[in-house]
Design a protein around this ligand. Sequence first.
Ligand code: 5BU
Length: 254
Amino acid sequence: MLSYSQRADLCSNPTAIHLLKLMDRKKTNLCIAADVVMKDELLKIADELGPEICILKTHIDIIADFDADLLIELQRFSEKHDFLLFEDRKFADIGNTVKYQYQDGIYNIADWAHITNAHSVPGPGIIQGLKEVGLPRGRGLLLLAEMSSKGTLAKGNYTEETLKMAQENKDFVIGFITMRQLIDDPCFINMTPGVQLATGGDTLGQQYYTPEKVIKENKSDIIIVGRGIYEADNPLAEAKKYREAGWLAYQSRT
Ligand code: 5BU
């Protein structure tokens, strides 16, 4: 199996290349899901856990005291600690609308998020719309091929059609949110949420698998971990555990 950086040499999207090289350089395939609701909490995670991660995933619209300064600070930490920013926006509208949602409003996602994601339910027009805004800026898009939650409708034919849409837009689509590697194409980066060191779930349908299962057995590339880390007594120590588990699983695969 190719290493992350060997895969980088085969890809064309600048964000995909950047990410794959960064992961090998920094020796981490851990993405933190920083689902906190105050600016200070988010920036604390970015600064303290930044050295352990390849990506900081945000839900920028849950921040109660959001202002433009937060975006500047996030970008500063992304450079300081060498990680990418992923706004988990899950766009789901027609191409013309998502264009505005991606570049305008108060969040201006395309200006600071290296990566964002979209549902495939509207059809390929959603990729076209996002691409018009994101590609000139060198951004990358993930499609939701599968979800981690119980009863998800993203399966079977829906997942298959999503893969086709990605293959037809390889300049901009850099991979998937998925529970496993779905196509053996080195340029698609697979990111998996629903990860904790112990299997189980929450009371609202989330389902958890271990880093080892996700990376080694299911051949995904990146573990996305939220509450498993930021709700721990010592988030930094916990992040190091996830980082090590994810990296060992990757090494045993390559
Ligand atoms: P958790 O605290 O590790 O359960 O957080 C998981 C994060 O991943 C959270 O930000 C979700 O919005 C996100 N997520 C997910 O859990 N499942 C999915 O299928 C997708 C995103 Br897409």
